[in-house]
Design a binder for this molecule. Sequence first.
Ligand code: URA
Ligand code: ZN
Length: 383
Amino acid sequence: MSSRLLIDVHNHVYLPRYASLLRSRSNAPRILSRLAVSGGTEERLLILDHEPSGGRPVGPQYWDRSEKLKFMDLHGIDISIVSSANPWLDFLSASSAVDMAKSLNEDLEEYCQTSPTVSLSLKRLYGFGLLPLVPSVSSNSLVQIVDQISSLPHLKGVIMGTRGIGKGLDDEALNPMWEAIERKGLVIFLHPHYGVGKEEWGEKENGHVLPLALGFPMETTIAVTRLILAGVLDRYPNLRLLLAHSGGALPQLSSRLASCIHHDPVVASRLKHDARYYLGKLWFDAVAYGSEELEFVGKVVSRATRYKSASAPTETDVPQSNKLLFGTDYPFFPPLEAQNEKWRSVLDNLEAINGVESWTQDEKDNVLYQNAIDLFGLNQSKA
Ligand code: URA
Ligand code: ZN
């Protein structure tokens, strides 16, 4: 690939079929209409039972593809890998979740397949499909939907939350699903929804700040740590997981985690490698809003091979920016006031990448687009 691009791997949509489902519901997750302070009606999105601030306003940016393309044009984003936003299918019965997953995956394929092109071989939109990850769903259904997603040419992976089929991502019942995802070479985008217990947030009204800034990343940290502890990355070493929000606190806590494992008789000999090794097997979005944080994640990831066990195949160190990928989290974090101007949240993440002092331009380009091309095989895509 010779020309430079900008590729956004973390952005969302509520496809029209899903938005209609949310409008039909009378409890969270739901979209409700209410009288706006300015007169007329407004729609609000409530995705948690005890959502702060009465949820948030929603509009066409959440479901309208032309709004996403406008946003991409405004920010110079060439390609977006689009995922359904939380809480996905978590609230449905098993049979409804299977039907909805099939339909939404077809909808997303169509959404991407009919998008404009960047070049002869590339579309502007690709997607992550949905799996019916709800209690009592059968492994067969999960594997069938993995097969469906991998048969849809513009879907390059799956987005999933942290609950699995009710017991988290360390549940052995998920093994056939991991095996199928690994076999099909799909990328897993691991994204939070529930945060941590709301009792942690106290009684002061702080809007969405605590659940989003701290709850989300902690949820991801715990989920991926449990997955590592369950040996999933030992059993399926070719699984490719992309962690939202730069992996939460995992990079910061990985040596502490390694030490706790080392000193615990229950798990000390369970894993094939030191916990820090597994960070080198993961990908991290660059939605961290700060250069120093990105540089830190890059360093922690790149030292992973130092922690492989003697029996591991020879591997070379991961270069520092090779596992980080630009993202926006669109349509979340819109500017509070000015319309038609670039979004602060996007500019912050671009400035963070471009401001990492120790990275060369090539290393920054890895994060801005090259890692996405490699991870999603976009150089092999047909428009
Ligand atoms: N970002 C998301 O992806 N989901 C939310 O609910 C809020 C921010
Ligand atoms: Zn997100």
